[in-house]
Every structure is written in C-alpha cells, then in structure tokens.
Ligand binder design. Structure first.
Ligand SMILES: Nc1ncnc2c1ncn2[C@@H]1O[C@H](COP(=O)(O)OP(=O)(O)O)[C@@H](O)[C@H]1O
Ligand SMILES: [Mg+2]
Length: 762
C-alpha cells in the first residue's frame, strides 16, 4: 500500500467557506446548513453507501469526535461498521493513477471534505463531489491547481471489507497455499523464470559436446569462436534472469510473510480471554513463534523445490532423446533414491513430531520462569526450577538426536546411488559405447553424464525437503492449535449498539467455569437503576470477580440473563460494550509510552484536556504534575518509575477518560498503600457521580457510601441493601464488617475501647 504514503502537498490554500466556492462544487443554500466537520461525516457516509453499507450518524457521536472529526475517528467509525477503511496521504500523481472506481474521501483545509468519484488521466482532472449536495448532483471536474488550494493531501480510503470470507478461516497449509496462489502475477513470473533457467541449464553440456565433437576432433577454430559467443550470451542471460528471479522470490516471500503475520495476529487477538487463561503464555508464545519456520520455508526451500521440479520435467525427456537406455538406467536409479526416502518418511514424521513437542515444553518452562522470576527467587526454588529445566532440555536433546540419527539413514543410503548417477554413468556409457550398444558419441556421452548428474541433485534435496515439509506442517499445526480456536464473537459488526445508561439486571444467573465442579455463580438475581453506586462484597472466591467478568462479556456461556438497560448483554456488540465500559482491576497493565498516551490509550477523538480531567478525577493529577515531564513523562518497561498507587490511579484515569456510563472497579484499591487508598476512596463518590459504578472490594470501609451492596457467599447472592440495613439483617455482612472494624461501632464512629462482638445489632 505504499502508494498512499507519498509526499502529500502542504495545505497552503486559503481557508474558510470560500474553498467550496472556488471549487464550484457547493450548490448554493445546501452547504449552509452543515458545518464543515459535518461534511466529513457525510462524505464517509456516502463512501460507505457506495459499498452498500448504511451507517448511522448517531454511532459516530458515540465514539466521541470533536467539532471537526479526525481522520482516525472516522476510520474507526467505518471499521466498526465492518468496512475496510484507512486514512493516509496521497499526491496528485497518485490520484491520477487510481483505477478503483470506489469513491475516496478527500479532507479539505477548512475541516470539510469532498468525495473523489473518479479521475480522468487524459484530461488530467479529478471528479469531485460535495457530500452536502443532493445525491443526484453531478461531480465537478477539478484540476491539480484548484484541488491543491483546498485539499490537505489527506484521504480516507473506504472499501468493502477485504477477504471477509478468509478472515475467519482456519490457519492451515491450505490457507497458506491459497494466499501463495493468489499472488498470480508473481507466481506466473517466477514460473516462467524457472522454466527458462532450467532450459538454459541444458545448454552448457551441449556446448561441451560440440567442443569435443566438432572443435577437438576436427580442429575447427571458427566453431570454437561461435561456441564461445553462445556460451557468453547464455551466461549473461542466466545472470540477469537469476537476479530477477531472486528479487521476485524475495518480494513474494515478504508479501506472504506480511499476510500470514497479519492473519495470525488478528486471529490471536480475536480469541477469548478464557483461552489465554487456560494456556500458559510460554506455550502460546512458542507456538506462534513457529511461524518463523513457515517464513524460512517460503523464502528459500520452497522455490528451490519448484525449480528442481521444473528441472526434472525438462531434463528427463532430453535424456531419453539422447539415449533411452542410459536414461532408463538413470531414472531407475533416481526412483530407487525416491523409494529410500519414502520408506523413512513415517519414522521421520513421528520423531519430528516428538521433537517439536519437546521443544514446546522446554520454552514453556522458560517463559513461565521469566514471568514468575520474582516468586521463584523469593521462594528460593531455583534448584527445583533448574532441575525441571534440565529434564526438559535433556528430553528435547534426546529427540533431536534421534531425529538426526533417523534422518541420517536415508541421507547415507542414497549416497551410492547418487554417486552412480553423478559419476558411474560414464563408466556404463563408455562400456556401451565400446560394445556398440549405444549410438552416442564421446561428446554426447560427456553431455549426458553432465545432464544426468543434475537428476540426482533435485532428488536428494527432495529427501531433505521431506523433513522440512514435515517441520512446516507441524509449525503450521502448532500455530493453528492456538489461532484456530473459535473467536470470541463471530464478527465485529454484529450485535446491538444501544445508548448505554447503566441500569443493571441479573436474572437467575448461573455460571460455572469450564472444568470446575461448583458453579462460580448460582441463581444470582438483582437489579439496580442507572446511576447506582453498587458495592459487591464477599469472601475471596465468592464470585465477585465473576460478576464483573460477565458484565464485560468475557464469559458468555451462563444461564439466565444479564441485562444492561433492559438489553440482553449477549446481544450487544462486544467491542461496543467493552469500549463503553470503564474497568479497573487489581493489577493493571500500562503500555510503554507517555502518561498521556496511557490515559488516552489510543481512543480516537480524545485530547490532553480529557486526560487531565480524568487524572484529576482519579486523584492522579498531583503526582503527574510533579513528574519531570508531566503528562509527557515516559513510562518505562514494567512501569518501574511509578509506585503501585500511582499506577493504579493512572489505570483509574484511563477507565474514566471516556466518561463511561458503567464503571467497574474490581479490587482496584485493595493492593494500595493506605495513603493512596484513602486518596482514591475519598474521590469515589465524585468518580461515581453520573454513572453506574460497580465497586468490588473486600475492604468494608470503602463500601459505606454505596447506594446498594450485594453480599456474595459461595457463588450465591445472600442479600442486597444499603450498608446500615445489611448490618441489621445480614449475618455474613456483619461478620465481615466486624472482622475489619472491631475498633469501630457499626455506625462508623470510633470507640474508646473495642466493641464486643454483635449482640446490639440483632
Ligand atoms: N478463570 C477461572 N477459571 C476457573 N475457575 C475460576 C476462574 N476464575 C475464578 N474461578 C473460580 O470461581 C470462583 C469464584 O471466583 P471469583 O469470582 O474470582 O471470586 P472473588 O472475586 O469473589 O474472589 C472461585 O471458586 C474460583 O476458583
Ligand atoms: Mg476477585
């Protein structure tokens, strides 16, 4: 897609409404009732409509663009609707070369936009349409100068979703080969180059033949000169062709590699969280890493194999033409070589499989240890870890040795036959020549042996291919084991996108984790209106986090209903749902990047002001401003330059920056030091204002401000009521409260002496 990245022109033209007048594409009176920014939305709408997608302008506002929507926000909106969209820059030259008739959105200096509906490279004009006009209006022809006055050089390309049918395809050898064959032009060119190279390779032996028969035997100098010229021409041609072939192979391999990587990562990101929880990161990492074998195969060996095959196809008829008896012997020997390889194939396949599995176990252990190094060191269990590692290394080495040994057999057994084809043939040929069995002359015999020698090389390299191909199959299988699991939701485009207010409703929700006997939630029912500050409390393992997970749509195979504003959660578009929620967990991941980037977290249409507002609300403002670079301070790998409390407050700011209607804090303050916790808790009421907040904690003191508190116990909901009521009537709640607040009386004021355990509350 390099053509979109060309040098865009600087937008030096005048700004304001006069732009449209200059272009003459704005029908009077129509442009007046739309702001320039609105024109961008209308242009995107029109471009989407061209592809049969009706977008809803309301959705756009939901994402939150400013007055003049940024290209990123528009692209996001289009992609959300399931279209392929991309923002980029173009120059006039590139515009003139466009062949795709689908309209392109041109962004103008004044914040408005036009729709490029076609180009006329002969007249050197672009057809541009005002999106604010009537759909029946015709496009206006605009030349380079006039367009450059208003156009920023930025474009938004919109297309039908590319490869919708393959996006959810499983990753397999078949998939890879289909991608390979879809590069028709490359495959054709490479095939032609390969055939020509094969044919050219036939010429030198015939030159040798002529030199022996014509030049040496008859002493003909002129023929020698002629042959030398032919030889020179062939070498030159071969050199050039080889350069072109390698160049094409490199390009094709690069393109394939890109496609494979995009596809695999897409599938990986689409997997459910559940999958990542059930499989060690090391295992996933190792499996995906096997992709390098696929790349290796496609960049090198596969093309060598293709070339070898062509060579055989060209070579065998020529050999038979020269001397069918000798050719028969040569081919028979070659078949023996093949048979030897085939016999060893099953054993090779088995051992290679074991080898790959042992390697997976090895790297799984390595990655797990790196992740858990803190714990391993503090528990001083390095020796155990090392012992385990030694075992896995030995296992992998064992299989590797076995694989090498088995692979050695066919390689060794073919040697005599290979040598026979390479050199022994000349003895047989000479014998037949002396006994008059063959019609070949001396030159012909030499040429035959030179050509026959080429028969063995492809076959021997094919014997190595068996192992390579086996490794490729396993590598693709390993990657497939990860990415071919069912994706989280079938499509990014399906599902409702309701405006979210925040009323929550659980109806007889029962849920068990896979492989777990006891249900994590059992017949849970409650409902709270929008704007509630809802606490969830209970002992550890009582199902609190599970409630949060269901709300985020992480686990969807529960029975009963979870409803958000009356809509079944399972019917809401998953991406839309997650983007509409704010979630803070106990341990949050901060990206490498500045504090500002981390708060905005790549969401379109948000500015520094939004980040500052969110940081203030989260109680992060004071420490951010004391940081050396303020909001531009770079957060290092593993966020080592932030304390736990600071990290947590940034995570809260990140959750708040979109001003979500539903905010979930799952033990968000539990790991904080008392001071940071007090800071966040003091802000809780302010944070929860104007939204539904689900506050999960085992710190009872944070809950007193909640409107309602759900008490969980062993997956069941015991009660739902405000703090004071629960103290009165819920024994478990009272017990939890008193465990943590013996020094307080239930009303929250300090006693001089510890209060006795509860008689008063009954
Ligand atoms: N990813 C998971 N896979 C399997 N079981 C889980 C998973 N997460 C939680 N559980 C189990 O579900 C129950 C409820 O867990 P959870 O909701 O995390 O409790 P809480 O947050 O109240 O401590 C526990 O018994 C726990 O062992
Ligand atoms: Mg929990």
């Amino acid at each position: 897609m390099g053509d979109e990245r060309g040098a865009g022109r600087g937008g030096a033209g005048p700004t304001g409404g006069e732009n449209d007048a200059r272009l003459g594409i704005s029908p009077d009176g129509v442009a007046g009732d739309a702001t320039p920014g609105h024109a961008r939305i209308l242009a995107a709408l029109a471009a989407a409509r061209y592809h049969g997608f009706e977008l809803d302008q309301e959705d756009f506002h939901n994402i939150g663009g400013g007055d003049v929507p940024s290209p990123a926000a528009i692209v996001e909106w289009l992609r959300d609707a399931g279209l392929w969209a991309r923002a980029g820059r173009m120059n006039w030259r590139q515009v003139m070369k466009l062949t795709d008739p689908s309209p392109i959105v041109l962004l103008f200096n004044d914040g408005s936009a036009g729709l490029l509906t076609g180009v006329d490279p002969v007249e050197r004009v672009a057809m541009v349409k005002d999106p604010r006009g009537r759909s029946s209006d015709l496009s206006v022809a605009v030349d380079e100068l006039r367009l450059s006055e208003v156009w920023t050089g930025e474009v938004i390309l919109v297309r039908k979703p590319r490869e919708t049918s393959t996006e959810h395809d499983n990753f397999s050898i078949g998939w890879v080969f289909r991608r390979f064959l879809s590069e028709k032009r490359f495959v054709r060119d490479i095939a032609i180059a390969s055939i020509v190279t094969s044919v050219l390779a036939l010429i030198p032996p015939f030159l040798v033949m002529s030199v022996i028969d014509r030049v040496v035997v008859y002493g003909n100098q002129d023929t020698l000169v002629l042959l030398a010229m032919i030889w020179g021409a062939v070498v030159l041609y071969e050199t050039v062709l080889e350069y072109a072939r390698v160049d094409m192979v490199t390009l094709l391999a690069g393109r394939l590699d890109t496609k494979i990587n995009l596809h695999v990562f897409n599938r990986l990101l689409g997997l459910s969280l559940d999958y990542f929880e059930r499989h060690p990161a090391g295992e996933i990492h190792h499996r995906i890493n096997q992709l390098y074998l696929v790349r290796l195969f496609f960049t090198g060996r596969m093309f060598d194999l293709v070339l070898d095959c062509f060579m055989l196809i060209v070579l065998i008829p020529v050999l038979f033409f020269m001397s069918s008896a000798l050719a028969f012997v040569a081919v028979a020997t070659a078949v023996i070589i093949m048979l030897i390889i085939v016999v060893f194939m099953p054993a090779m396949r088995r051992v290679t499989g074991q080898m790959v599995r042992a390697e997976t176990r090895k790297s799984t252990h390595m990655v797990e240890n790196i992740h858990g190094i803190r714990t391993i060191k503090s528990l001083a269990v390095e020796p155990q870890s090392k012992a385990e590692w030694d075992m896995r290394v030995a296992d992998a080495a064992d299989w590797r040795i076995q694989g090498g040994r088995i692979g050695n057999w066919p390689k060794t057994l073919v040697i005599p036959f290979d040598r026979f084809i390479q050199r022994g043939m000349i003895l047989l040929g000479a014998y037949w020549l002396l006994s008059g069995t063959t019609t070949l002359d001396i030159g012909g015999l030499v040429a035959f042996v030179m050509l026959g020698g080429r028969l063995a090389a492809p076959l021997v390299s094919m014997s190595k291919m068996v192992q390579d191909q086996e490794e490729l199959r396993l590598a693709i299988g390993e990657v497939g084991l990860v990415v071919n699991n069912p994706p989280e939701s079938s499509s990014a485009t399906s599902g409702l996108r309701p405006t979210i207010e925040g009323a929550l409703n659980f109806e007889n929700v029962t849920f068990s984790y896979r492989g777990q006997m006891a249900p994590a939630l059992q017949d849970v029912s409650f409902s709270v209106p929008a704007g509630t500050m809802l606490g969830i409390v209970g002992k550890s393992g009582s199902g609190k986090s599970t409630i949060a997970r269901l709300l985020q749509g992480i686990n969807r195979d529960y029975s009963g209903f979870v409803k958000l504003d009356g809509n079944d959660l399972r019917e809401i578009n998953l991406r839309y749902l997650r983007r509409s929620l704010g979630v803070v967990l106990q341990d949050n991941f901060l990206f490498r990047g500045t504090i500002r980037d981390n708060i905005i977290a790549g969401r379109p249409g948000l500015t520094l002001e939004d980040a500052v507002r969110a940081a203030r609300l989260a109680g992060a403002e004071e420490f951010v401003e004391r940081m050396p670079g303020g909001y531009e301070t770079f957060i290092q790998e593993g966020s080592s330059n932030l304390s736990g409390g600071q990290r947590q407050r940034l995570a809260i700011a990140r959750a708040l920056v979109t001003d979500p209607r539903l905010l979930i804090l799952d033990e968000a303050t539990s790991a904080l030091d008392p001071e940071s916790e007090a800071l966040v808790n003091a802000n809780l009421v302010r944070i929860g204002k104007g939204r539904t907040m689900v506050l999960i904690t085992h710190r009872m003191s944070s809950l007193t401000e909640c409107d309602l508190i759900v008490v969980m116990h062993q997956g069941k909901m015991l009660d739902i009521a405000p703090h004071r009521v629960l103290l009165e009537r819920c024994a478990i709640y009272r017990q939890l409260w008193l465990q943590q607040n013996r020094h307080l009386d239930p009303q929250g004021t300090r006693h001089a002496t510890p209060a006795p355990v509860p008689i008063e509350a009954d």
